[in-house]
Design a protein around this ligand. Structure first.
Ligand SMILES: O=P(O)(O)OC[C@H]1O[C@H](O[C@H]2O[C@H](CO)[C@@H](O)[C@H](O)[C@H]2O)[C@H](O)[C@@H](O)[C@@H]1O
Ligand SMILES: O=c1ccn([C@@H]2O[C@H](COP(=O)(O)OP(=O)(O)O)[C@@H](O)[C@H]2O)c(=O)[nH]1
Length: 797
């Protein structure tokens, strides 16, 4: 269902992109002609606009300084729902400079150009300043046109500062950002001066979209490496704030192409073209004349084909439409000369008086003619060296219902991931491979062409631009709703005073405590698992709590039996080692809680991988037990630690744990693998909350561990009865973590010491005076809050 159908009315949308869908050309004083703008971004977005109440904000394609003229052009554009941003004097340094001279090559793995020492008016810094200024100019226009509730969808690398500016202006605006180009590997991105500021700004958006998983993965890993933030399944997490990162492959409006191919005038153009190329197969190329499109590589591949297949020389023609683009950038001007040189060489080598193998046009063509060309071509040749999507490939397929020609497609275009099944994929750098693919395409049987075409045609029909827009908007709305709910769920400080009062009055109490970070003495960067020690300040308090016959104290830890024995041997306490795999009664004997048939074959292999990374990551450490492995890099360099964790997970998934029944938990600063179904740290907080246990198991593992769930439910039932743990009758608190399933938070392990101490004081006072008053509590506690009325029986920290 489309988004608008679900909501009843069309949502208002401001689409903000560098280019408006129409560009103005001055035809006289105060008069303009408006032409369709080139490029896939515009084509793609045109397919989206209908289902929203859309207005476009963007550069109109010309400089206009005179206010009267500005008003006239704005009026003409308003009829097309377009709002101009007049960039004028900023344009050159912003668009030719920072956007297309610096960002574009970086995004496409082409490296930063050398800064020109002689031109002090045009440096990285001046271009960067212009870029920021231009982004502010977009903001100003948006502010003038924004109405409450509008969704603002920013597009592409031209507008990386806009999300931050928008959120600074009004944090409530729903902001999405979509990148139409690829996102590079962090190794390439990190060469960019000002790399962090751009990432930070983009991360203020609610939703970030990319064409492919590769680009999204590069983005997330770049953020983790450069900013030291956390990368998760959902996206990027920074100080508890999640920026959702997702994949939305753009498509086209296929029906527009199918309809156009049926128009009489287009049929007429097709006939003319067929006549013009009678007796020859037509290979078609349609690209902006951009370095990323691999036009020289295409010519070299074609030259090789002609060289090696003399019988084809007068039977094939390559028609290349090279749409002029970004002439203000020196690299593009050089490319034009290079392309012309190659065309001259190849035509000179293989042409004759009456026929030329390459027809190269330095111009754009109108839409109808483009459709006619797509429709009559036998082969479409796309050799991009790197390309966000490449919609030309889609358009060709949409126009080939009758002919069922072959798409030869670069594996480095985003489209390679969607149309790879029906296309012949090539590495454009490999001229021999391109040449062979041309040959294969030209000789392909009708049956094979039909099968390949069917696959791709189905894809192009289904994954349209409309679907792309719907999916992005739906995700944006869901993301915003979820994050609003998350804010509502942020836990409050533990109401210590209230807990103490009710704890004192209760006759049957259960305290469940963690160990590391809860009861341990303060740790430093060098602390190892084996060195963990119970905080000496707690000894007396813990003894008092354990010796109280009305109180049962449990320490539930990830640590192994040895460590717990060493620290708690002298206490009358329950110990649950390895997250409950081993239990020790207050009398001191350990019992195993491991299911008999549990397969632990994976442990040794995984341990080697953990050890490898521990050895190579200074200040990280490994906690290994019989059933679980935890690699902790809390004290390692944050950026390096995260990068290592990611690599480690990749090794683990592809090797030792690929077929094992394990849970993998990616913590803030740790990677944990444990036998499936064991309680994870955070599960204890939800254990008493609801009937569905454990709450956090990933969907795909739930069914496998249903037997385990059943036994957990049983245990829960027993505990609920014994301790009378009604819903409101217990208090769970996590230490210093904002994102938690616990109901409350306690700021630090110091506060845990104070709080546990106060529990014993409360009991003593109640015993001597019969009550524990607010003033008693206030005299002793720094952190206190108002709270509930029922008697608490359970405290989980
Ligand atoms: O506006 P220009 O500087 O003339 O450039 C035209 C567009 O080029 C880029 O297009 C990208 O978007 C397409 C649609 O998502 C995608 O298929 C293609 O692979 C990309 O190169 C650029 O990203 C756009 O902003 C430009 O408008
Ligand atoms: O003379 C032309 C030839 C092509 N196109 C359009 O330009 C877009 C190119 O998009 P693509 O995604 O392939 O690459 P981009 O140019 O955006 O990098 C396609 O929609 C083409 O229909 C155009 O406007 N004029």
């Amino acid at each position: 269902m489309a988004y608008d159908e679900a909501c009843g009315e069309r949502p208002r949308l401001l689409v903000v992109a560098n280019r408006l869908p129409v560009s103005a050309k001055r035809t006289g004083e105060n008069s303009w002609s408006l032409e369709m703008s080139p490029g896939g971004l515009v084509s793609g977005l045109l397919g989206v606009a209908a289902q929203f109440d859309t207005k476009w904000v963007g550069w109109p394609g010309v400089d206009v300084y005179d206010e009267v003229e500005k008003r006239a052009l704005s009026k003409a554009l308003a009829e097309m729902k377009c709002i101009p941003v007049f960039l004028n004097e900023v344009f050159d340094q912003y668009y030719n400079g920072y956007c297309n001279g610096i960002l574009w090559p970086i995004l496409h793995h082409m490296g930063l150009p050398q800064e020109d020492d002689n031109d002090t008016n045009k440096t990285f810094q001046t271009q960067y300043d212009a870029y920021k200024r231009a982004n502010r100019m977009f903001l100003d226009v948006i502010i003038d046109n924004y109405e409450e509730g509008d969704i603002v969808w920013c597009h592409d690398y031209h507008l990386m500062f806009l999300p931050q500016y928008l959120k600074e202006y009004n944090n409530k605006i729903k902001v999405g950002w979509f990148l139409h180009s690829p996102f590079p590997s962090s190794e390439v991105y990190k060469t960019l001066p000002s790399r962090s500021e751009l990432l930070r700004s983009v991360l203020t958006s609610d939703l970030l979209g990319f064409h492919t998983y590769d680009f999204a993965r590069h983005f997330v890993s770049t953020c983790t490496r450069i900013l030291g933030v956390e990368g998760t399944q959902e996206g990027v997490v920074d100080h508890g704030r999640v920026t959702r990162v997702a994949v939305f492959p753009l498509g086209i409006d296929p029906d527009r192409f199918i309809r156009t191919c049926k128009l009489p005038e287009v049929r007429q153009q097709m006939n003319e073209l067929k006549e013009r190329f009678a007796g020859k197969k037509v290979i078609l190329g349609v690209d902006r004349l951009d370095m990323i499109k691999g036009i020289p590589q295409k010519f070299l591949g074609f030259e090789k084909f002609l060289e090696e297949n003399p019988n084809w020389r007068d039977k094939v023609v390559l028609v290349q439409i090279a749409v002029p683009t970004r002439n203000g950038v020196p690299e593009y001007r050089k490319l034009k000369n290079q392309a012309h040189g190659l065309v001259g060489r190849i035509n000179g080598r293989f042409g004759s008086v009456t026929s030329l193998p390459i027809h190269h046009l330095d111009c754009s063509v109108d839409f109808n003619y483009l459709c006619a060309l797509y429709a009559i071509a036998d082969v479409m040749l796309v050799t991009s060296l790197r390309d966000g999507m490449n919609l030309v490939s889609y358009e060709f397929i949409a126009c080939q219902e009758a002919k069922k020609g072959v798409l030869v497609l670069s594996e480095f275009a985003g489209a390679g991931q969607s149309l790879g099944a029906g296309a012949l994929l090539v590495n454009p750098w490999d001229v021999t491979e391109v040449s062979s693919a041309i040959k294969e395409a030209l000789n392909m049987s009708v049956e094979e062409r039909e099968t390949r075409h069917r696959v791709n045609f189905q894809y192009v029909k289904t994954y349209s631009a409309k679907k792309w827009g719907d999916d992005f908007m739906r995700e944006l709305n869901e993301t915003v709703t979820e994050s609003e709910m998350q804010i509502g769920k942020t836990p409050h400080q533990l109401p210590q005073q209230d807990v103490i009062q009710r704890y004192s009055k209760s006759n049957n109490r259960l305290i469940i405590l963690g160990f590391c970070g809860t009861l341990t003495e303060p740790m430093n960067k060098e602390t190892k698992e084996t060195d963990l020690k119970l905080n000496p300040e707690l000894k007396g308090t813990l003894k008092a709590l354990c010796n109280d016959p009305k109180t049962t104290v449990v320490v539930l830890s990830r640590s192994g039996r040895d460590i717990l024995d060493k620290n708690f041997g002298e206490y009358k306490i329950w110990l649950a080692a390895e997250n409950g795999m081993f239990l020790r009664h207050t009398t001191g004997e350990w019992v195993t809680n491991v299911p008999e048939n549990m397969n632990l074959d994976w442990v040794d292999g995984a341990k080697n991988v953990f050890k490898y990374f521990t050895d190579r990551t200074p200040r990280s450490f490994l906690e290994a037990s019989e059933t679980s492995l935890v690699w902790n890099y809390e004290y390692a360099d944050a950026e390096f630690g995260r990068a290592q964790a990611r690599d480690m997970l990749q090794y683990l998934w592809s090797g030792p744990i690929s077929n094992a029944s394990v849970d993998v938990v990616r913590g803030n600063n740790s990677v944990e693998v444990h036998a499936m179904g064991l309680t994870k740290d955070e599960d204890i907080y939800t254990f008493f909350e609801s009937e569905t246990l454990p709450s956090k198991l990933p969907l795909e593992t739930r069914s496998k561990s249903s037997a385990n769930n059943h036994s957990l439910k049983q245990k829960r039932k027993v505990l609920l009865n014994v301790f009378d743990l009604k819903e409101d009758n217990y208090f769970s608190a996590s230490i210093g973590q904002a994102r938690t399933d616990a109901r409350y938070v306690i700021d630090s392990s110091h506060d845990v010491v104070d709080f546990l101490h106060m529990l014993t004081v409360g009991v003593a006072m109640t015993r001597t005076t019969g009550s524990f008053s607010d003033s008693d509590a206030n005299a002793n506690l720094q952190h206190s809050n108002g709270g509930k009325t029922k008697e608490p029986n359970c405290v989980v920290c």
